[in-house]
Design a binder for this molecule. Structure first.
Ligand SMILES: *Cc1c(COP(=O)(O)O)cnc(C)c1O
Length: 477
């Protein structure tokens, strides 16, 4: 593909962009339950204005921009304050939860080099519900990730984590709450285990770090989950989720500065000068830092309390309406506004596909098969329509169960089980290569997810997903 011969006129350019976004998920209408955290027009205007004001500034060198230095330090300080950092906690802003988690793992590795020099092959232990950013971080930094199945209530199985500790273990992980089912792991038990074994302990509060302190203030029964728990040594908190900041804003926190030093990267012999960088990125968008500072100060304690109060009410409304439905249940007992819908009578993926016909977007999950809902205040306006469509979708899925889609999935499962391994691999290859081929969003995900669930070989699953990625990121040359 080449650049256009001549530049495109501004008006034409923007109308083209408006045109292509027509296929995108309808988050403004309250129809998306992941990817976009919609705090409404007023908040969105604040972060946009702040972002644009610092659009060109670069957080790479805070000494050149005392403004960004102030914003970042105050954002990290306010976040640490919310999480009982006790005046000693220290951190940095990052581009997102993934970067925060990568940094916590890198820090743990460096810490272990210093404090446990005999360890050559470091390992971290986490519940399998912990975010894939930990697997990614382990992969990037050469730390083996030991994933432990959760208990029946989807919370970390601390006994099993204890058994997995060996001479190579450097860190334990818990989530507050986990992304898949929205439940808080037994943080206090994991942290004591870490203390007893002289290990680091990371609490992933990417999705819950801003919400849970206010849930507590609103009277919810939330166990201690932050630096108030002895043994917790680092935390990740995304501001671009429930902090309602602009995308590209998260905070990684450590119990003290000494631990944080292991995160920094420095090289001193570059002809371009001494180079010190706090986290993964080099150039860091000033807009994201400024917008985070702006929204935290715009909302303040009172604003977050109101906003999260609304989120809590809306979530309770969702839960109580779901409780009235026969064929769909909430998985486990979620602690905040992240919930997962499951069913033992119908195929929830088909429900997801039926809902998608009306523009609803819910992520599909596995083990157990489920639909994921991250609830925002803005969903209060779409809740009636959601349940109207959901009832229809359930009825459709029930009918379909014995017909087309369900049969296809069931057939795929049955066939795959009895097919020779080579054939399965070939079929998987074909399926993967068809994903993401067109510009439109795929109309049906159930058959694909059904098939994925039926594939037992991890290599085949990986191939399928890598083929899909190849297609999604295909440049037309
Ligand atoms: C979103 C999320 C992450 C990853 O954050 P990104 O900003 O998507 O990189 C990690 N952990 C949990 C619990 C999350 O919800």
């Amino acid at each position: 593909m080449n650049l256009p011969e001549k530049g495109i006129k501004k008006s034409e350019l923007f109308s083209q962009m408006e045109e292509v976004r027509k296929n995108d998920i309808k988050w403004k209408e309250g129809k998306a339950f992941s990817l976009v955290f919609n705090g409404g027009q007023e908040l969105s205007d604040i972060i946009k204005e702040a972002y644009l004001l610092f659009f060109s500034e670069n957080g790479l060198n805070p000494s050149a921009f005392p403004s960004l230095k102030k914003f970042e330090n105050e954002v990290v300080g306010m976040t640490a304050g919310l999480l009982n950092g006790g005046g000693k906690a220290a951190g940095t802003m990052t581009s997102g939860g993934t970067e925060s988690i990568l940094m916590a793992i890198k820090t743990a590795r460096e810490w272990a080099k210093k404090h446990k020099p005999n360890i050559k092959n470091p390992e971290l232990i986490m519940p399998i519900s912990a975010h894939p950013a930990f697997n990614k971080g382990g992969h990037y930094f050469g730390v083996k990730v030991v994933s432990i199945p959760t208990r029946d209530d989807y919370r970390a199985n601390v006994e099993a984590m204890k058994k997995a500790i060996n001479e190579n273990t450097i860190m334990l992980v818990g989530s507050s709450p986990s992304y898949p089912q929205g439940v808080i792991d037994p943080i206090q038990e994991i942290a004591s285990l870490a203390l007893e074994n002289n290990l680091l302990m990371h609490v992933d509060a990417c999705v819950g770090g801003i919400v849970l302190p206010y849930y507590k203030k609103l009277g919810a029964d939330i166990p201690a989950f932050d630096f108030s728990v002895p043994g917790v040594t680092s935390m990740s908190v995304d501001l671009h989720k429930y902090g309602y900041a602009a995308k590209g804003a998260s905070v990684v926190l450590y119990k003290d500065k000494e631990l944080r030093r292991h995160q920094f990267y420095v090289t001193t012999d570059w002809p371009g000068g001494m180079y010190g960088s706090p986290a993964v990125l080099g150039t860091r968008p000033g807009g994201a830092i400024a917008a985070a500072w702006a929204i935290m100060n715009y909302l303040g304690e009172e604003g977050y309390l109101n906003l999260i109060g609304k989120i809590k009410e809306t979530t309770e409304e969702f839960k109580s309406r779901i409780a009235k439905l026969k064929d769909i249940q909430v998985a486990g007992d979620p602690d905040m506004s992240v919930i997962c819908l499951i069913s033992d009578t119908i195929d929830v993926f088909q429900v997801g596909d039926e809902m998608a016909k009306n523009g609803w977007h819910m992520d599909m999950q596995q083990d157990p098969n489920g639909l994921h809902l991250t609830i925002s205040a803005a969903h209060a306006t779409s809740i009636d329509e959601f349940f109207k469509d959901l009832e229809v979708a359930i009825a459709e899925a029930k009918g379909l169960g014995n017909k087309l889609g369900g049969m296809k999935t069931a057939m795929a499962k049955g066939l795959l089980k009895s097919m020779p391994k080579k054939m399965v691999t070939k079929m998987v290859k074909k399926e993967g290569q068809s994903v993401g081929k067109t510009d439109a969003r795929p109309a049906k995900m159930a058959p694909m997810y059904g098939m994925m669930a039926a594939i037992t070989d991890n290599q085949d699953r990986e191939t399928l997903v890598k083929d899909a990625l190849d297609n999604l990121f295909s440049q037309r040359v």
